[in-house]
Design a protein around this ligand. Structure first.
Ligand SMILES: CC(C)(COP(=O)(O)OP(=O)(O)OC[C@H]1O[C@@H](n2cnc3c(N)ncnc32)[C@H](O)[C@@H]1OP(=O)(O)O)[C@@H](O)C(=O)NCCC(=O)NCCS
Length: 141
């Protein structure tokens, strides 16, 4: 991804995940960007329509954050492709397990891709409930 791609990447992340709650652009970034694996999917004309990120939180555990697909491009496999890419990327860095906090409305999406609810997650912006989910990356090897 070029610097210009990253501008689009962070803009999409913010528009989908933070702008609806009135949160500023800085709220769509954290301190792990430089060390994380970043994934982006483009449509036919090269426009980035889906983004996601994973970073190691332990020697053998990674966390997925900031998964966002443009509304017009949902239900077309973009989210699945992003996760599959990130799983491979962190596996290559030694991760044996991935965890994430799923918004309650999208738990089913992650379940379809092999993640299981392992507990309660945080409540963001005072009302957005999350489930803690995990997937064992060594399964299926
Ligand atoms: C959640 C999100 C990333 C899914 O991306 P997507 O590109 O639409 O997902 P896919 O097309 O790869 O879907 C894969 C499967 O999950 C299902 N699925 C997708 N979104 C779903 C949802 N919200 N609820 C239930 N199932 C869902 C699809 O129907 C598909 O099922 P199939 O394999 O039986 O056809 C996307 O809807 C999004 O960005 N939502 C808004 C932001 C968000 O909630 N991000 C996650 C924060 S934890």
């Amino acid at each position: 991804l070029t610097d210009a791609d990253f501008e689009v990447y962070f803009d999409l992340r913010w528009r989908v995940l933070r702008a609806p709650w009135g949160h500023p652009r800085e709220s769509a970034r954290d301190e792990f960007e430089d060390h994380a694996e970043h994934a982006a999917v483009r449509n036919g004309d090269g426009t980035i329509v889906g983004v996601a990120r994973a970073h190691l939180i332990d020697v053998d555990e990674a966390q997925v954050r900031f998964m966002a697909v443009e509304e017009s491009h949902r239900q077309q496999g973009v989210g699945s492709a992003l996760l599959a890419y990130l799983e491979q990327a962190v596996r290559g860095r030694g991760a044996k397990r991935i965890v994430l906090n799923s918004r309650e409305g999208v738990v089913r999406f992650y379940e379809k891709l092999g993640y299981r609810v392992v507990g309660e997650g945080p409540i963001l912006f005072e009302k957005l409930r999350h489930k803690r989910m995990a997937k064992d990356l060594s399964a299926g090897d």
